[in-house]
Design a protein around this ligand. Sequence first.
Ligand code: HEC
Length: 252
Amino acid sequence: MLRNVLIPAALAFGLASAPALASGGAHLDKQSWSWDGLFGAYDKAQMKRGFQIFHEVCSNCHGLKLVAYRNLKEIGLSEDEAKAVAGEREVKDGPNDEGEMFNRPGKLSDRYIPPFANDQAARVSNNGALPPDLSLITKARAGGPDYVYSLLMGFEDAPADYKLNDGMNYNKIFPGNQIGMAPQISDDLVTYADGTKATSHQLTMDVVAFLNWAAEPELDERKSMGLKTLIFLLVLTGLFYALKRKIWADVH
Ligand code: HEC
């Protein structure tokens, strides 16, 4: 009986823990995230910093096709900032009155414009490897944000007896331990507008937090709904208990 209530409740609040072992063999480096636990929520300042890294670094190779530029207002960018970001890349539109397709700068209603025109172009620029779209990456991998954190921090020198193929990099977390992406994170990779010190750990936490928001933007709302439901159920239980006592009071 209790299990029937507790398990869905734990799932609703994201308390059920994910497997801790990466397919690369090494243990995931488990972090504590602002949205963990019953009362956790996204930290807007962190989302904004994470977006800065995605935009300045990761978006040179990775797309984010499920996020529209206007969604960036949800993490604290102003309308003008979001517009400016959108306008940095061009997208194909049309046909116009002459029946021609044309390029125009991105606008708020566009999805984040990918860096490459197609997968083939992406592979050619990346030594044959395809940089996946990152919109759902924290959901697509066992371990979620802890996996992405550990992967980004998991680059090492290959052991002497390990055969690393040309153009590949050793990563203790990635399945098979060689990955077509070079290490991306280093201290002071970007300069944060809010003055936060850009250590490798901080940068990685921030960009993963942003990617988690991209994959699960409704998390804050879902949690507060869950909490309200739980309080409602508790009150209801109290009422039923009182009622039961009253009904049975005269029965001996
Ligand atoms: C210069 C291009 C480049 C940049 C910049 C880059 N990546 Fe990648 N990334 C790749 C490629 C290529 C792959 C595919 C690797 C493979 O399959 O071997 C990849 C794969 C990944 C994966 C998927 C790993 C998996 O489990 O399949 C994640 C997550 C990732 N990158 C995150 C990031 C983040 C976050 C940033 C920014 C901090 C970033 N990348 C910047 C090229 C890049």
